[in-house]
Design a protein around this ligand. Structure first.
Ligand SMILES: Cc1cc2nc3c(=O)[nH]c(=O)nc-3n(C[C@H](O)[C@H](O)[C@H](O)COP(=O)(O)OP(=O)(O)OC[C@H]3O[C@@H](n4cnc5c(N)ncnc54)[C@H](O)[C@@H]3O)c2cc1C
Length: 266
């Protein structure tokens, strides 16, 4: 059971950060994950008055406040213009609309869950995390950091001319995924570059970069060879949802499908 002694609605990020330095203090997102745990929280800190619930779009970036919900990600028009349906696809299967109206982007990223669709998708893009004390760092660096008492303020996606495809496999609708997969392609310093992010292996997502220039009319067999090579760059494990061998096979198939979809869009 979760026990909370004090609840504070922070008036500034500075106040929230100071309060959070106490050992039994916790920042709250949507509380959907935290409430399932067993903990005694001395002070629960609510960030909902700090204007962190907006997705701001500029010429160069999307800045997603930590208190934005997964549903806001799903519906955002600007993200759709740049990435088609793929960002929405990465969250669409997370429980249900009411749930996604409450679960926050901040809680999802800070949690660094192995099963996370959200992390898998964001990691494949040019994504940064803005921390109150720790500055702005790459998401790929943040997810491997030890948990500390910092506050995640926003997620920043740098815009670029990259195509994204997201896919995942679940044994049953709305269950946790057996495997998550995001593939991105686009020019980086003039060279065609592919990014593969695979999560729920069941370990958390990791991203792999390949400088591959693949012709649009490549044969299915050759494309599968590329997909196999990308999938071989990840480790897989076994748990109640699937074996390591099954996951590796899924990764090959999902990567091939996404690469094919990206090539067909060109
Ligand atoms: C039943 C269930 C099924 C789920 N299925 C999936 C799924 O299929 N795919 C998927 O990707 N996700 C899934 N999730 C995870 C979900 O999408 C959210 O990621 C999760 O609930 C955390 O978000 P929250 O807003 O509820 O955070 P909370 O539970 O409020 O917080 C989570 C953690 O983050 C910390 N935190 C929150 N915000 C901040 C901040 N701004 N700065 C610093 N620390 C912060 C909290 O202190 C806490 O430790 C599932 C969750 C549940 C409960």
């Amino acid at each position: 059971m979760l026990t909370i002694n004090n609840y504070v609605k922070a008036k500034s990020l500075e106040e929230a950060y100071e309060l959070n330095q106490a050992r039994n203090a916790r920042i709250m997102g949507g509380m959907l994950w935290m409430r399932l745990g067993n903990a005694r929280v001395q002070t629960l800190i609510d960030l909902s008055d700090l204007g962190l619930d907006q997705i701001e779009e500029t010429a160069h970036v999307f800045r997603i406040g930590a208190m934005c919900t997964l549903r806001q990600l799903e519906l955002h028009e600007g993200l759709k213009v740049l990435y088609g349906d793929s960002i929405a696809e990465s969250v669409r299967h997370i429980v249900g609309v009411q749930f996604r109206n409450q679960a926050t982007v901040g809680g999802s990223v800070y949690g660094r869950f192995g099963f996370s669709d959200v992390l898998t998708c964001l990691l494949s893009l040019d994504t940064f995390v803005e921390l109150y004390n720790g500055g702005t760092i790459r998401l790929s660096e943040f997810i491997n950091r030890k948990r500390d008492k910092d506050i995640l303020v926003s997620i920043i996606i740098r815009k670029s001319n990259r195509r994204l495809k997201y896919d995942a496999v679940r044994r049953a609708k709305t269950d946790f995924p057996v495997l998550t997969c995001a593939v991105v392609a686009g020019p980086v310093h003039g060279k065609e570059t592919w990014y593969f992010s695979v999560g729920a292996r069941p370990m958390k997502a990791k991203v792999l970069e390949k400088k591959w220039s693949i012709p649009r009319d490549i044969s299915d067999g050759l494309l599968m060879d590329y997909a196999k090579e990308a999938a071989a760059g990840f480790d897989y494990g076994t748990n109640m949802r699937g074996s390591a061998e099954y996951r590796r096979h899924l990764a090959e198939v999902l990567i091939r499908r996404s690469m094919h979809a990206i090539l067909m869009e060109e």
